[in-house]
Design a protein around this ligand. Structure first.
Ligand code: HEM
Length: 536
């Protein structure tokens, strides 16, 4: 029992005793226990919700935003609001604020300190328990969730499956799936409006379908058919589990306030969807692994791996048992599809805004000049796709401005020091990529603007300090799929912008409703007027 709980229990017992003694009430044992428990709970709540965070926390003097009213007691600060703190609260890279129910949050805002936290100090940190349970229910106990020695072991044995040779071989797969998507979209537009060849399209849906198909082929060597047959179980049940709406928000908040396992079991809409999605995907994965283990083909001469997909490469080392392979597969599917789809959706959102029409046009010009038309059937390789500097710059800038994973959280499990501050056990440390990526202190006055040119001037850091671009995390747990994600993103953007003119149906897009989960997604999808362009 933590010492604060023990002290509170002792205080509660003393108060019960005092009450019994002073009022000369004779309490039965049951009533005395009930009274002690109630006093304990009350004292505990007063201590943890009010006294500790406001008056006694050893971190209370760190810089942070002023709390203007008690309404803030029920507020969850979103990464956009933290961006405001980063730029307006004078700080040396560490900001403290009180979130919902006065929970103390420490946001590390200096990239140098982030690198220290997620690198040399990472052994003092774990993922936050409740978020970890939510992620484990979807991704299994794979690389994203594993901690300590388990994580080191898994990472070491999965790294070869993400090496450059494997990713290089996947470029044609990314391109051919992008081709399938744009030709299906073109067919749909041609049949629904044959005259002006344009219609409103939900890019969130297409991005989700294509990224599921890509992870199917590239990750598992399997065709999921989410593009051609969207009614399949994997597409409907699994993708529905990630859909942001008011039910998923309620699920997330309830999980944080109570316990995610309990909320996962409840007969509420989002829990039901999650269970169905996870069951569908687990069934498929078990069948896939059993089949792969049954028919192991011989390695062909000159090839590094028997299969050119990631999970088969991971299986070949023999480092993982069946149950762990199931978990790694769930991780690969979830971590590799939702994030990539979100990146494409944000990309189309930015490129379609009238104020950025010149960027859309310039990108189209480069794509059409250097890449073969999708209808030519020519295979696009790494060398071809990596030859386009503006595509590279646009893709990085999209990931900077709208980082698909908006923040990372850790909890300190053994006291540690960063930037001269000692953080006791139990401190919650956050890295708001959404804020650091757009901090004016790091990126200059135009930090909030979508300006791909900054990456043409500085290909590595975009003009910011080293590690200022944090969309893929940093340190020992940085994104293992970074090379995969960037290549996929470029292939999809190139084809979409090369093939279509895209703009909001009614001028500039109105205010967005963003759902802040593991990823930051647009609620209700991204509906854009899309016109087929000839001449590529
Ligand atoms: C634009 C797309 C993507 C973004 C923005 C992204 C972002 C991230 C971030 C920020 C982390 C660090 C999480 C943490 O420190 O807690 C991470 C980890 C991870 N990502 Fe990605 N990711 C993307 C695509 C992918 C893809 C395509 C794959 C797989 C094919 C993938 C697999 C993983 C895995 C397995 C981890 C866990 C690494 C570890 O803990 O060692 N990601 N990703």
């Amino acid at each position: 029992m933590p010492s604060s709980s023990f002290t509170t229990l002792a205080l509660a017992s003393a108060l019960t005793y005092l009450y019994t003694y002073s009022s000369q009430a004779s309490l039965s044992i049951t009533n005395a226990v009930l009274l002690t428990c109630s006093i304990f709970l009350l004292l505990y709540l007063i201590w943890s919700l009010f006294l500790r965070p406001v008056y006694f926390s050893p971190l209370r003097n760190l810089p942070g935003p002023a709390r203007k009213s008690w309404k803030h007691f029920f507020k969850i600060y979103n990464p956009n609001e933290v961006l405001e703190f980063v730029d307006t609260v004078p700080n040396n890279g560490i900001i403290r604020y009180l979130d919902i129910l006065n929970s103390e949050m420490i946001s590390i805002t200096d990239p140098k300190l982030v690198a220290e936290m997620l690198g040399p100090r990472a052994d003092h940190l774990n993922k936050r328990p409740k978020i970890k349970v939510i992620m484990e229910s979807i991704l299994g106990n794979g690389l994203v969730v594993a901690e300590g020695k388990d994580h080191k072991y898994q990472r070491k044995h999965l790294l070869p499956a993400f090496n450059h040779k494997v990713i290089k071989n996947l470029y044609p797969t990314f391109w051919s799936k992008a081709t399938e998507m744009t030709s299906l979209m073109t067919e749909q537009i041609q049949s629904s409006s044959p005259k002006d060849l344009s219609m409103v399209v939900d890019f969130d849906d297409w991005a989700g379908r294509v990224s599921l198909d890509i992870i199917g082929l590239a990750g598992f060597g399997s065709a999921f058919h989410a593009l051609s047959s969207p009614e399949t179980d994997l597409n409907t049940a699994y993708r529905a589990a990630f859909l942001p709406n008011k039910n998923s928000r309620m699920f997330f908040i309830l999980s944080l306030l109570t316990h995610p396992t309990l909320v996962y079991m409840l007969p509420i809409e989002h829990s039901k969807r999650l269970r169905e999605g996870v069951n569908a995907v687990t069934r498929w994965i078990r069948g896939f692994i059993a089949k792969r283990q049954h028919d192991k083909p011989e390695k062909t001469e000159g090839s590094t791996f028997v299969h050119q997909d990631i999970i088969s490469a991971a299986m070949e080392g023999g480092a993982f048992g069946v149950e762990n392979l199931v978990d790694q597969s769930k991780t690969l599917l979830g971590a590799g599809h939702e994030t990539s789809a979100t990146a494409v959706t944000w990309g189309i959102y930015l490129l379609s805004q009238p104020r950025y029409a010149h960027i859309q046009n310039r990108l189209r010009q480069e794509v059409r000049e250097y890449l073969p038309s999708p209808s030519s059937g020519i295979e696009v390789t790494e060398d071809m796709l990596e030859k386009l500097p503006y595509l590279d710059a646009v893709s990085k800038e999209i990931l900077r401005v709208y980082a698909p994973v908006p923040l990372l959280g850790r909890i300190v499990h053994s006291p540690m020091e960063i930037g001269g501050v000692t953080f006791p056990k139990g401190t919650v440390l956050l890295v708001h990529m959404w804020a650091i990526n757009k901090s004016k202190k790091l990126w200059g006055e135009d930090a909030h603007e979508f300006n791909p040119d900054r990456w043409l001037k500085d290909k590595v850091n975009g003009g910011a300090t080293e590690n200022g671009f944090l969309s893929f995390g940093a340190g020992t747990r940085s994104c293992i799929g970074r090379g995969f994600a960037i290549a996929e993103n470029k292939a999809l953007l190139a084809q979409l912008i090369g093939s279509f003119d895209i703009k909001p149906p009614h001028g500039e897009t109105e205010d967005l409703d963003i759902s802040w989960g593991i990823t930051a997604r647009i609620v209700g999808g991204l509906h854009m007027k899309t016109s087929v362009l000839e001449g590529w």
